[in-house]
Design a protein around this ligand. Structure first.
Ligand code: ZN
Length: 491
């Protein structure tokens, strides 16, 4: 039987009720919890006052950690509200491989197991919470690798999930998907398809009208040719990806799907019948500094490019921000972009300076310690077998002890996996360096790039260019024109 320490603490100043009564009810709750988990226990309890931060009982408990497998508390706060001290306690508990139990299900961080038992790593700090999430993510990814639909609770239109989490075609919905892909292949715009679906009365699973946005995302979704795609992110970065073809029955053949992608890719401006590619470097980057809407570029009769006068209506008033010759605006922006090289170089040298070797050392030390623990546990396993063979322990004891040992081994293996990932993550710094180096190189050859390539490159680090002539279309041309605004919003 495992042994637990029940720790009870109340602060005198925070309780209006009879403090002995509260203490007793907490005690009952914790004892009940110990019984539920078949744990024998020792009691530690104390009442602190606001001024007095001494906690002799807690200290006594911390000195006897060797004895225990579990600590049972009302909530984690009871152990310490002071971060530094909590950190210390955490280290102690990890070192002694002690788990925490609380009566409420509120610290249900993982759903990994239905038990309320979580290693203290999971609870006391955000860092450990992330670890659990990483592990969870990997569990999901492993399921996705088997073609199961697990990354989202929502099942895409056209499919349902069977008991093995494999997608199955729902014929009534699938016809909508086929319709959308057919029409797209005929170069019908999403807007037009939306209208047609509305007229057919074909709606989403919940009876909602399918919008242009729905249609746009449906025709890009790989799920429809039988793919389960999933990825795992750590700090926003994709660290692991799964892409399984033929995971389920396709609604659209792969060939059809690819043909549709090609048509969509040709259509960069959003106008389905305009198959022209970006012919200007600032295409789709210019936005009106007055009304926030996109500004369009047009060629006049003599072949000169103009930024068109803004004609968006804002509550019945048209914006009317005046147009201007395009070329000088482009030159200005390109100049600013070239000046950005300094920033890129700074970021690069900062990256090169940032030394991750300390972090790496720390992880390697942790790994070493885990290896040692693992070795110890493996030895224990062997010893248990010998003891059993020699008849020193009963079969029940042997099974119990082996099971306990095995659980510990699994825990350590998981922690080792985690450290392996963290070590891999350190390598991402190098990738970022390469990206910046490439960026600088491209920047130096900017004038050699085709308009479209340049446009694509600019979009990798420019979000929007805010532009305004600050004059209205009916501006009196005899007056001195106001200064033009060009502000670059970097990504
Ligand atoms: Zn405007």
């Amino acid at each position: 039987m495992s042994l637990a320490a029940i720790y009870l603490r109340l602060s005198r100043n925070e309780e209006q009720l009879n403090i002995e009564e509260v203490l007793s009810s907490h005690r009952q709750a914790l004892i009940k919890l110990a019984n539920q988990h078949h744990l024998s226990f020792d009691l530690y309890q104390e009442i602190s006052s606001g001024v007095n931060t001494e906690r002799p009982e807690l200290n006594k408990l911390l000195k006897s950690l060797d004895l225990y497998d579990y600590i049972i508390v009302m909530d984690i706060d009871r152990l310490s509200r002071d971060n530094a001290y909590a950190e210390y306690i955490k280290t102690m508990l990890i070192a002694h491989d002690i788990k925490i139990l609380t009566p409420t299900g509120t610290i249900d961080l993982t759903q990994e197991t239905s038990e309320m038992t979580y290693s203290v790593q999971a609870m006391l700090a955000n860092f450990e919470y992330k670890q659990i999430r990483k592990r969870l993510g990997r569990g999901r990814l492993a399921a996705a690798e088997q073609g199961r639909w697990v990354m989202s609770n929502q099942v895409p239109l056209g499919y349902k999930k069977d008991q093995n989490q494999i997608l199955k075609i729902v014929e009534e919905e699938a016809r909508i998907i086929r319709y959308i892909f057919e029409k797209t292949k005929d170069r019908v715009s999403a807007n037009e398809i939306a209208k047609q679906l509305f007229m057919l009365g074909w709606k989403s699973r919940n009876g909602n009208v399918l919008t242009t946005a729905h249609i746009s995302s449906i025709r890009r979704n790989v799920v429809y040719y039988g793919v389960v795609a999933a990825c795992r992110r750590v700090n926003g970065r994709v660290v692991d990806e799964v892409f399984v073809e033929a995971a389920h029955d396709p609604i659209i053949s792969k060939q059809h799907w690819l043909e549709v992608q090609k048509i969509l890719d040709e259509n960069t401006t959003g106008n389905f019948f305009n198959k022209k590619k970006a012919t200007r470097r600032l295409q789709n980057l210019l936005f009106c500094n007055h009304c926030g809407r996109k500004r369009y570029i047009q060629t006049d009769g003599s072949g000169t490019d103009f930024i068109k006068t803004c004609s968006y209506k804002i509550s019945n008033n048209a914006c009317k921000d005046k147009g201007i010759k395009y070329q000088p605006v482009e030159e200005f922006v390109i100049q600013k972009v070239k000046e950005k090289e300094v920033d890129f170089r700074q970021a690069l040298s900062k990256l090169k300076d940032s030394d991750t070797s300390n972090e790496e050392k720390k992880l390697i030390v942790q790994m070493d310690s885990l290896d040692k623990q693992l070795e110890k546990l493996n030895n224990r396993e062997k010893n248990l077998k010998i003891m059993r063979m020699d008849g020193e322990i009963t079969k029940t004891d042997f099974l119990d002890l082996s099971k306990e040992n095995e659980e510990k081994i699994n825990q350590i293996k998981q922690q080792k996996e985690l450290i392996t990932i963290q070590l891999e993550n350190l390598n991402h710094t190098e990738e970022e360096q390469e990206r910046l180096e490439l960026c600088i190189k491209t920047l130096n050859n900017l004038d050699l790039l085709e308009a479209e390539e340049c446009n694509t490159f600019l979009k990798t680090f420019i979000k929007k260019i805010w532009f305004s002539t600050n004059a209205t279309a009916d501006h009196n041309t005899k007056k001195e024109p106001p200064e033009v605004t060009i502000e670059i919003e970097w990504l």
